[in-house]
Ligand binder design. Sequence first.
Ligand SMILES: [Zn+2]
Ligand SMILES: [Zn+2]
Length: 147
Amino acid sequence: MSEELHALHAAVEDRLRGIELRYTGGRRAIVEVLVEAGHPVSIGDIAERLPDLPRSSAYRHLVDLQAAGIVRRVAANDEFARFELTEDLTEHHHHLLCTSCGKVSDITAPVAFERTISEQLDRLADAQGFQPQSHRVDVLGLCAACR
Ligand SMILES: [Zn+2]
Ligand SMILES: [Zn+2]
């Protein structure tokens, strides 16, 4: 296992312990699917990769992993849920969300874009006395296959 991956699993274990949960085989298997996929996955994707894990268990693990701040839900609408590791475990990025088929793609924006958008959002937030910490910008539309 790479040092990076080892550190990730250690961080996950630590966060689970923070809410008094153990890093069980099932939870670990889901984290590994998310790491290997490298993009947000659906429950169906998880079931395909982990055929022996009942869907009900996969759902429960995802709820626990979200509660521990390890996984976040990404979705174009209520119909299409996708799951990915939180940004502080991976890297800051944005999403393209297809409202027709639910496909989610990650997009990493150029540094100049991030600088501009952060400055603009900081200014807007500051005008309301709000202290910004991060932002989420997801693009809704139709993927190449659906358009
Ligand atoms: Zn689509
Ligand atoms: Zn950004």
